[in-house]
Design a protein around this ligand. Sequence first.
Ligand code: CUA
Length: 166
Amino acid sequence: MQYWVLAVTLAIMSVIGLAFLCVVRATAAPPWTRAERTRAALAVGLAGLGVPLMLATLRPWPHALASPQDAVQVIATGAQWNWEVAPDVIPANRPVTFAVVSTDVSHGFAVFSPGGRIIFQTQAMPGYTNRISYTFASPGEYRVACLEYCGLGHHEMAATLTVRAE
Ligand code: CUA
């Protein structure tokens, strides 16, 4: 599903890029003024910098790591107002695939590093299983929290995920 979204997004971006190029070619007939040449050089330079940067930063997306056959399977179930994560002790340096579900309303499943930085998140939706894969490089106590307001006990929706060195 996520690869379809990525493919459709890239296709739409390509169409918009082509349309943009057509507009530029149709309107900016040479000879250009010095300001127009500078602007064009800046645009090309920014695109030359931006496209490789975009491609380089797309790769570390958690779902881009796919879900290998030997991934540890974790089921994360959200309910008003707690997370049930099983198993909640997982190995470091092995891919982990989270199957995220909800038994009632929509929740936001987010995993935070021991330092408190968000690592990844996905929705926990009733009647649908969202899958997300991640490889934890460092052992430690990771925190699971809910990122979508889901009622009076929203702030209590937290759990701990222990990552152990193997
Ligand atoms: Cu569950 Cu907020």
